[in-house]
Design a protein around this ligand. Structure first.
Ligand code: FNR
Length: 415
């Protein structure tokens, strides 16, 4: 904190804007229009994105005075690790759209700040490479449950081997939401082979490319002539990157195969048993919004929950994430940690989520903009700013530690 203020007083401008709106604006300038639309956009009219913010605006902090907050402890314990601040980086796919250094830059920044990074299933770089870049920094792996159980097991085993400390299963994206900005720009990164590095580095996936009869290779999707033409063009002029070293024909096959296996809309609670048997790592379900689903997660032996609406990118009209949080917390009744994301922009937001019962929060778009503007250093600065903002808000609200942040600190305001 001292650092941040003394830099400012010395006339040294921050590397990335402190104010979120300015951060987003400069992030936009640093990216292609397609990349910005993909990252900033949500589903439909983006009413859930707005609901996320409104749910924070509706909660107001009532600070308490004269509590001696000279010593402040922002640490929190999660799955056996002590985190310096109650947050982690939510999984974000296709980071190459924001910056060429992509996942590795983010991994180094997270490790340097001591907060966990959740590797995305749709990462731009294979998890092993990112893990290498992180030293002993904490990482988790996020899974999109594939149609191929063999691929699911392979991804989870790789996550174990590269030191991931939890498996996050994202439940809210069995199909991509109705992303209006991307549809209007006719831009879906995956169709261009971006964000499929976890697949093209996976032995089970590569095997299924060789041999169409393998279980990983389900019925090929019926692609329109137009899509096939696009894939062919992409295959022919492959620029390298995620599919480096793979011939253009195989690149096309990889994209097609990815589309065929990527998600499993028929996923049900019973599928989780297979994962429970396969891994000893804590399993965290991401995308829970209803209290009954929270209760069920505990009944099915899950170790944690992330209350999230995917940053408003899936069901437009869905409940604001902070608004959904208290009922889920009540249903779970302290049996497993409840993390929340979607809409966190400031230290006050983190404080409000904790007051309503979250153990920690996930950060999304803000650090992606930091990445776009200034790479690894930009991500670090966004994290460092949020740490300081949170610590100040906690202290100024009269709390010395996270356990002192309770629902009593909030009042609901009409908007
Ligand atoms: C995401 N999110 C996401 N979630 C996930 O489980 N796997 C993924 O690959 C992605 N990819 C992804 C890409 C982009 C560009 C965005 C913005 C989001 C959702 C993410 O983990 C998190 O839930 C939201 O980002 C939280 O909302 P805010 O705070 O970013 O508004």
């Amino acid at each position: 904190q001292q650092d941040i203020y003394s830099k400012g007083l010395g006339g040294e401008k921050p590397l990335v804007p402190v104010d979120f709106h300015e951060l987003e604006r400069q992030g936009c300038d640093a990216m292609s229009p397609e990349a910005y639309a993909y990252i900033a956009g949500g589903a439909g009219l983006e009413s859930t994105m707005r609901a996320n913010r409104e749910s924070f605006d509706r909660q107001r902090i009532v600070p308490r005075m004269l509590n001696d907050v000279s010593e402040r402890d922002t640490t929190v314990n999660l799955f056996g690790r002590t985190l310096p601040s109650p947050f982690m980086l939510s999984p974000i796919g296709v980071l190459e759209m924001a910056h060429g250094d992509a996942d590795q830059a983010v991994g180094r920044a997270a490790a340097a700040e001591g907060i966990p990074m959740i590797f995305s299933n749709q990462a731009s770089q294979p998890m092993e490479q990112v893990a290498d870049a992180m030293g002993d920094g904490a990482r988790w792996f996020q899974l999109y449950w594939s149609k191929s159980d063999d691929l699911v097991r392979s991804l989870v085993s790789r996550a174990e081997s590269c030191g991931c400390e939890a498996i996050v299963v994202t439940l809210d994206t069995t199909m991509l939401g109705w992303r209006t900005r991307d549809l209007d720009l006719a831009y879906l990164p995956f169709l261009r082979g971006k964000g499929i590095a976890q697949y093209t580095s996976d032995p089970v996936f590569l095997e299924s490319l060789k041999n169409p009869s393998q279980p990983g290779n389900m019925a090929r999707p019926k692609l329109s002539l137009e899509t096939l033409k696009t894939l062919k063009q992409i295959g022919q002029s492959w620029p390298g990157g995620a599919l480096d070293g793979i011939s253009s024909g195989r690149a096309m096959a990889a994209v097609q195969e990815f589309i065929a296996v990527y998600s499993k809309p028929s996923l049900t609670w019973d599928d989780l048993k297979m994962l429970r048997d396969h891994t000893r790592l804590p399993i965290v379900l991401k995308g829970i919004q209803h209290p009954d689903d929270g209760r069920k997660a505990v009944d099915y032996g899950m170790d944690g929950i992330i209350v999230s609406n995917h940053g408003g990118r899936q069901v437009d009209g869905a409940i604001g994430s902070l608004e959904a949080l208290p009922e889920v917390v009540e249903a779970v009744a302290g049996r497993v940690p409840v993390i929340m994301d979607s809409g966190i922009r400031t230290g006050a937001d983190v404080f409000k989520a904790l007051a309503l019962g979250a153990t920690a929060v996930g950060l999304g778009r803000p650090w992606v903009y930091g990445l776009a503007i200034a790479g690894e250093a930009g991500v670090r600065e966004v994290i460092a700013n949020l740490k300081t903002d949170f610590e100040l808000t906690m202290g100024l609200s009269g709390c010395k530690s996270i356990s002192e942040i309770t629902p009593e600190a909030l009042r609901r305001a009409d908007l």
